[in-house]
Design a protein around this ligand. Structure first.
Ligand SMILES: NC(=O)c1ccc[n+]([C@@H]2O[C@H](COP(=O)([O-])OP(=O)(O)OC[C@H]3O[C@@H](n4cnc5c(N)ncnc54)[C@H](O)[C@@H]3O)[C@@H](O)[C@H]2O)c1
Length: 343
């Protein structure tokens, strides 16, 4: 399939190749949709893209994902993403990101970059020299992870009520894979609600923090997946639900922060066949996006948390509609977005 066929099949508004010979900038800006507002989505900068084609595929997949996440979260934003193929040799980072900022500026505010893998607030500051259309600057919304964790907690509360008939999380058994920036604050919030925790992480030091502070039980990743519990919260890498882990799961809900939790779409069906309810990843982990989107205008942390709290209602609606229609939760979430975008 050629690029235009790909863009049209998934209704992309555009794919912009941006370059600057002086700084060595080779970048791509994917604009999936600006139907609901300026497209929002991070700038990924890597020196490791195997090919230009790999970078194109990445920016397209990610920008579409941002449209879906922003729309389901009820944000006045569309979805976009950018990738920069960093030079493999030495280069002037400041110059390169400023050149990227000029490219963003030429889009007239249709796309708002923010930090992502391989970029940080200092890169956003370089972009800011060329355009006001940038988020994720130092001193603004800050680390999104605590807000993401809070959103996941709200999603778990909604799912626990709807699927398990629970009005609180007292004694709820939760397994958390990955106790990093999101997993650890999630453990803290769950602990405050009286949940019983099992954790795993390849980093033993991080696991120890969860054990010491929140009374969690540490397990190997393999043992965690097989641990009987009410909720499994993948908070490490994508693809947590796959052919290896699926048969081992002894939980009723999958609800965690990781992106792309289903290794393949068919794993969603397999979860449902095992009677396990899946809270779609992009619905439950939108807190970080909600937090950075709150930078448009004047950032207000309380407002960001108030909006992230609504993830409870989103998950509740998704699960209610799944029950009514017989569709799986991830199918319902996609449908809700497509109604908003193309309805
Ligand atoms: N940070 C956010 O606000 C945010 C927002 C939305 C989605 N997410 C997603 O949530 C997930 C976690 O994000 P994070 O910011 O906490 O990342 P992080 O790197 O801080 O934490 C991930 C943790 O998982 C551990 N880990 C890595 N591989 C593992 C493995 N094979 N088995 C067990 N543990 C492993 C790491 O040691 C680390 O402690 C990622 O998938 C990320 O894309 C994060």
């Amino acid at each position: 399939m050629g690029y235009f066929d790909t863009l049209m099949a998934d209704r992309y508004e555009g794919l912009h190749f941006v370059s600057d010979g002086a700084s060595g900038l080779r970048g791509l800006i994917g604009l999936h949709s600006t139907r609901l507002g300026p497209a929002i989505g991070g700038t990924r900068a890597l020196a490791t893209y195997a090919s230009e084609e790999a970078a194109v595929q990445d920016v397209l997949r990610l920008s579409r994902g941002m449209s879906y996440k922003a729309a389901l979260a009820g944000l006045p934003h569309g979805g976009g993403k950018s990738v920069i193929m960093l030079p493999r040799g030495p280069f002037d980072r400041e110059r390169l990101f400023e050149a990227f900022g000029r490219a963003v500026h030429r889009l007239g505010g249709a796309y708002l970059p923010a930090e992502d893998s391989g970029t940080g607030p200092e890169d956003m500051a370089f972009i800011r020299r060329a355009t006001p259309h940038v988020l994720g600057l130092a001193g603004k919304s800050g680390d999104p992870s605590p807000v993401t964790a809070f959103g996941v907690l709200r999603g778990i509360q909604a799912a626990a009520r709807r699927v398990l008939g629970r009005s609180d999380l007292q004694g709820l058994r939760v397994t958390v894979m990955g106790v990093g920036h999101v997993g650890l604050p999630l453990c803290e919030l769950l602990h405050q609600q009286g949940a019983k925790l099992w954790v795993s992480d390849v980093d033993a030091g991080r696991m120890k923090v969860a054990v010491d502070r929140f009374g969690a039980t540490a397990l190997s990743p393999e043992a965690l997946v097989a641990q009987a519990a009410d909720v499994y919260a993948p908070c490490a890498l994508g693809g947590a639900i796959n052919d290896t882990t699926l048969p081992l799961l002894k939980v009723k809900l999958v609800a965690g922060a990781a992106n792309n939790q289903l290794a393949e779409a068919r794993h969603g069906e397999a979860l449902a066949n095992r009677g396990i309810t899946y809270c779609p990843d992009y619905a439950i982990n939108a807190g970080g996006l909600i937090n950075v989107a709150a930078e448009v205008g004047t950032y207000d942390r309380e407002k960001a948390y108030a909006r992230a709290a609504l993830i409870h209602d989103t998950i509740d609606q998704v699960l209610a509609r799944a029950k009514e229609t017989g569709l799986r939760p991830e199918q319902v979430a996609d449908k809700m977005v497509e109604e908003k975008l193309y309805g």
